[in-house]
Write a protein that binds this ligand. Sequence first.
Ligand code: 4AD
Ligand code: MG
Length: 461
Amino acid sequence: SISIRDIFKNPEDFLDKEILLNGWIKTSRASKNFGFIELTDGTSFKPIQVVYGKDLENFDLVEKYPISSSLEVSGKVVKSPGKNQSFELQADKIVALCSSDPSYPLQKKRHTLEYLRTIAHLRPRANTFNAVFRVRSLIAYAIHKFFQEKGFIYVHAPIITTSDAEGAGEMFQVTTLDIDSIAKSNPTEVDYSKDFFNKKTHLTVSGQLEAEAFAEAFKNIYTFGPTFRAENSNTQRHAAEFWMIEPEMAFADLNVNMDVSEEMLKYIISYVLENAPQEMEFFNNFIDKGLFERLQNVLKNEFARITYTEAIEILEKADREFNYPVSWGIDLQTEHERYITEEVYKKPVFVTDYPKEIKAFYMYQNEDEKTVAAMDLLVPGVGEIIGGSQREHRLEVLEEKMKNIGMNMDTYNWYLDLRRYGSVVHSGYGLGFERAVMYITGMKNIRDVIPFPRTVGNAEF
Ligand code: 4AD
Ligand code: MG
């Protein structure tokens, strides 16, 4: 069947032709002799205008159909005299498939994003969310396109795993044990054979370690899947379930890692600007007035590249106080990241070579023995959008580090094999998919770019 997208794509093909269109009423108004319906079928961000006249046999009924009623409209595509559209549908028959209940909450008025979060099952019909989820889909596609065009192999990393890739212990355990009955029974009698096939497992925090195994077989690979963090961070940019893109490249050092990150981000921004112009204009007009300017700026300029040590110097020289005091060795806080990206550089900034104590075990140890070859990409408005590193590929150095921090060597023996059998310099990074969506749409809260967000205290719907 014909969709609105087809009509807007090639309107001339449909001109003066009889068609049948299904959709939902977005808005509806009628005067004595004419009625106008903005009809959407979800295939186009812009609805089509349906016009009907007094000669419509059920005119009096149609003008009363509530917003969100589903319709079947027969009519002719004609040139529109109106100034908001060049084409419209002149209806000669309108049938309601479901006349919507008038209690429909998304009436034609502005709703707050907070309110819309409470109706996650209906909000994709609201303009803002319709635009967000269209663009989310497009960004996912652009990311695949970017890596596939470069010959990267798409790897599906496991969701259930025994390893803790980030070593931060922020994991959701996977078990068939009934927590309620454990609480009642004697805790010493817990039957661990009911755990995941007698193994202690959890949901993955990152597919990186598995990605590294595949990079040694395919050179360039990427993962793109859901990841889970049991961190109790109730902020605008943390979710318990989020998607991550993790490219991993053999024979590549930290500089290559930054080059690919920058090229990728620019690619997806250009792709979305080109392929979702209406949605992007909507964001620029209604969500974030500086959006176009900021994105154009990103495309035009090279990202800044500074070391952690330089970042600390910049913060120490800052003409202001931070809530969290600055000294070499601290983990950068949101306020520090904001200052560097939004006030000093006013563009994306790579920060490299962090103190080894605040970064994960797998990062390559630099010659200074104090820092590791890490890189975070910080962007104005969102903060950290990418975290990555060159990996420790030297067996002895890695083994010693893992022992020192008390990791279970049996669990990670396979990971050390990668350093035994043809180890090479390799690097990779993780792009937080939702943070990329926030950055490109200007949306400020991660809850508003995820269809059904799972955040602290929220697993409804
Ligand atoms: O910096 P992170 O923890 O790095 C890793 O997981 C590495 N294994 C990646 C790699 O080198 N392959 O996470 C990467 C990115 C962050 O920069 C951030 O954008 C996003 O994932 N992220 C989150 N996004 C939403 N909610 C959370 N709780 C997030 N935690 C990390
Ligand atoms: Mg990080």
